[in-house]
Design a protein. Sequence first.
Length: 434
Amino acid sequence: PLTAQVNSNDQLTIGGVTVSELVKTYGSPLYILDEEGLRAACRQYREAFKRYYPGEATVLYASKAWNCLAICAIAASEGLGIDVASGGELYTALQAGVQAPRIYFHGNNKSATELAEALDVGCHVVVDNWLELQTLAQLSREQGKTVPILIRLTPGIECHTHEYIRTGHIDSKFGFDPNQIEAVLEGIAQEKSLDFQGFHAHIGSQIFELEPHHDLPAVMVQWFLKAKEIGLSPSVLNVGGGLGIRYTEEDDPPSIEAWVKQVCTAMVTACDRAQIAPPHIICEPGRSLVGSSCITAYTVGSRKAIPNMRTYIAVDGGMSDNARPITYQALYRAVAADRMGEACTETVTLAGKHCESGDILIQQAQFPPLQPGEAIAIFATGAYNYSMASNYNRVTRPAAILVGNGQGQVIIERETYQDLVSCDRLPDRLKSIS
Ligand code: LLP
């Protein structure tokens, strides 16, 4: 949900602030995040669980979608826990003030150092593979600590989304193969330092179908029963994230409420069949929490018209601030931020500024005739944009502004040229090149 409006001057406003004014103040490209929209999505998840789930429910923010101090703090203040997928994401969540037990550490190749950090702070660890299980058992034994763990399993559920963001099928790098789970559980039962709490699975991302989320709880409840049979006491099932969002007008994803309802109904049904009480359910959405609540503003630059073919309009960012079009052929929608009332009479290809032909943000975008220097806005850039941003061509990463109640505040500073060389080192012998 984005609190976007058009003011009486035909200008796009977000959270009560005019987009082009923000660009004048803070420069461009600029990520503009609507605080109310983000908070509303957090509440929709939590309220839907209250409505549809009879047991305990926890919503985690999958911070890989956009991990930074302010967003972790907002999610935590809405009562969400945080899913982290690296030592860096863990560090950021802790710096934002999130309590360690509310953090769940994911990843298919956590290093021994990262596992030690997790143990040190006391967050949950979602164990992905044998090496990790052994390392964690050894570390916790050595330190005389117990570590709360979930076991990630590959559920063997297919879904229809881009190949790169599917994770639930058997041929996936994530999680334990179902054939191995029994041995894993038996191993855990022998290891006192591992506090086994239950299972985790994640099917994929940007999913519009509800069926995979219907099938998943049934698979997970079977493993829950198996764990009990082996003598463990599981209490948690974490069903991952994955709900898609609307990027273009053709997209028609289910609502947060419909998704939660489906997950809850499927879990309750599976538990009834198995004659067990509904476990503590956890889910961990990323995109559907933060994706729609952000726009990226750019400034229009050069134009190249190729007769009878196409017109390229270039902006001052591109694949370095939004890698999704070039990586997943992802589609986006854009508008001229100060001319919201004007008819779109031009179809152009919106290009980035990077030295790469594939750096195209939108293949076919409709605008009023664009002028150099004017602001455009691309919608739904909150998820996997900043978090996947790079310095390709040594372009500085944009600033991010949090807007609400008619005010904007910097939550991420724009990088400077000095930042770009801050990790570079020039060996003495290279210092006097003639
Ligand atoms: N949990 C786990 C274990 C995950 O791997 C992911 C996403 C999530 C939760 C959150 O999924 P969401 O609710 O955001 O769909 N960079 C890609 C998306 C990669 C998703 C990675 N895992 C993109 O830009 O589309």
